[in-house]
Design a protein around this ligand. Structure first.
Ligand code: ADP
Ligand code: ASP
Ligand code: MG
Length: 405
């Protein structure tokens, strides 16, 4: 007998027929004698729909009320999943995040999990119940409902797996596992048998939305090994785990594309100590997540500062910079939304050289222009024109032979 945490994503519980299929899968695992905690997302599309409705009634909805609203998406699917289980004779109970003892900080819409009181769940598991928990939500110390950021059901599952000391954590989704690139974009992308936390973390944060970034951070911190697999078939998935020595033999593990980026240029700032500090302090104070930063020195002691931000934060960045422009010597802010970020990731880059040269040559041969570049130990990212992003992903995938094992 093992203790297993399973998470079913939005497509997997997308309608009542699929919820019934998920219930059958849960029953099969339960029938093998395992203890089971199941995390479910809202039906696919529901969270987006709820956000759109919030914006339709109020341009800037209160984040507390937004969390109140968004949490309903998962509340629907936990109840339906529990009912579907009852319908096939499985004892099950549904819990909201609060009922499951998931305590978070107070940051509405992207709360962090602080602690989990797993006692109620443990009690139910002892009596043989399957426990169904609403993903993506928790409660803060003031008793307010919070949500954990988009894709946050992954985090719920991984945090619960750590809290109940699960033997296994399985993330069921609409693809067979983690691929060398988004299989919807790169047709010959290959499913990986395993991938290290660090590689998964980079891929996730660079745009591969198959796993929520923070859930992978959490898994790494608490050493939760998990498997990403399909809820529509029984193929083995991808194991995400601590790096092992042979993983460095592969130079590039995967390619990620992020199309939700905007490029911001602050032009004609005084090329003096303190200018960059003022610009980025203002952005930090406004909670803008700045990523790639490039500074070009121009003429007459003036420089341009270019950086990328998530598209949803571009307007906030512009607003935050307005008051500091005078202090850095005038200048203007322009935003370019027609950009994307392409990245190649692999722990093997630590020990292999020439990766950047190979990537840049392949892009050049395809006539794809590189706008910005940034590198770290295990990744190379470039910013390019949005229209060429998918093609660039295929070019990068091909030049590193990622379709071959
Ligand atoms: P869920 O609703 O189950 O959480 P998501 O839509 O959040 O599912 O994530 C699954 C999707 O992630 C897939 O349908 C796929 O298009 C996309 N994806 C992006 N990059 C990758 C990748 N490298 N491997 C697998 N899937 C990827
Ligand atoms: N329903 C939430 C979202 O769409 C959480 C999740 O699906 O993981 O972001
Ligand atoms: Mg997801």
């Amino acid at each position: 007998m093992a203790r297993i945490v399973q998470k079913y994503g939005g497509t997997s519980v997308g309608d009542v027929e699929r919820i019934k299929k998920v219930a059958e899968r849960i029953k099969a695992t339960r029938d093998e004698g395992h203890e089971l905690v199941v995390v479910v997302s809202a039906r696919s599309g529901v969270t987006n729909e709820l956000i759109a409705r919030a914006k339709a009634v109020c341009e800037f909805p209160s984040e507390r009320e937004l969390d109140m609203l968004l949490a309903t998406g998962e509340q629907e699917t936990i109840a339906l999943t529990a009912m579907a289980l009852h319908g096939i004779g499985v004892d099950a109970v549904s819990y909201t995040g609060a009922q499951a003892g998931i305590f978070t900080d107070k940051v509405h819409t992207k709360a962090k999990i602080k602690t989990i009181n797993a006692k109620p769940i443990e009690q139910d598991l002892k009596t043989g119940k399957v426990v169904i928990v609403a993903g993506f939500q928790g409660i803060n110390d003031d008793g307010q409902i919070t949500t954990l950021g988009r894709g946050g059901s992954d985090l719920t599952a991984i945090a619960l797996a750590a809290a109940v000391k699960a033997d296994k954590c399985e993330i069921y989704t609409d693809v067979d596992g983690v691929y060398t690139a988004d299989p919807r974009v790169v047709k010959n992308a290959r499913k990986l048998e395993e991938i290290s936390y660090d590689e998964m973390l980079e891929l996730a944060s660079l745009g591969s939305k198959v796993m929520q970034t923070r859930s992978v951070e959490f898994a790494k911190k608490y050493n939760v090994v998990f498997e990403v697999r399909s809820s529509f078939n029984h193929n083995p998935g991808t194991i995400v785990k601590e790096e092992v020595a042979y993983m460095e033999k592969v130079v590039v593990r995967g390619v990620a594309v992020d199309k939700d980026q905007a490029k911001v240029i602050v032009s004609n700032v005084r090329d003096k100590p303190g200018s960059a500090a003022k610009v980025f302090r203002a952005l930090a104070d406004a909670n803008v997540n700045v990523d790639m930063i490039v500074q070009n020195t121009g003429r007459q002691g003036l420089a341009n500062l270019t950086f990328t931000v998530p598209q949803t934060e571009a307007a906030r960045a512009v607003r935050a910079l307005d008051p500091v422009l005078a202090a850095v010597g005038g200048g203007q802010v322009t935003v370019h939304e027609h950009v994307a970020k392409l990245s190649v990731v692999g722990v093997g880059m630590r020990t292999h050289s020439g990766v950047a040269a190979t990537l840049f040559q392949a892009l050049a041969d395809a006539g794809i222009n590189i706008d910005l570049i940034s590198t770290s130990e295990i990744k190379i990212s470039i910013v390019l024109d949005l229209d060429r992003a998918d093609e660039a992903a295929r070019v990068a995938h091909a030049v590193f032979n990622l379709d071959k094992a």
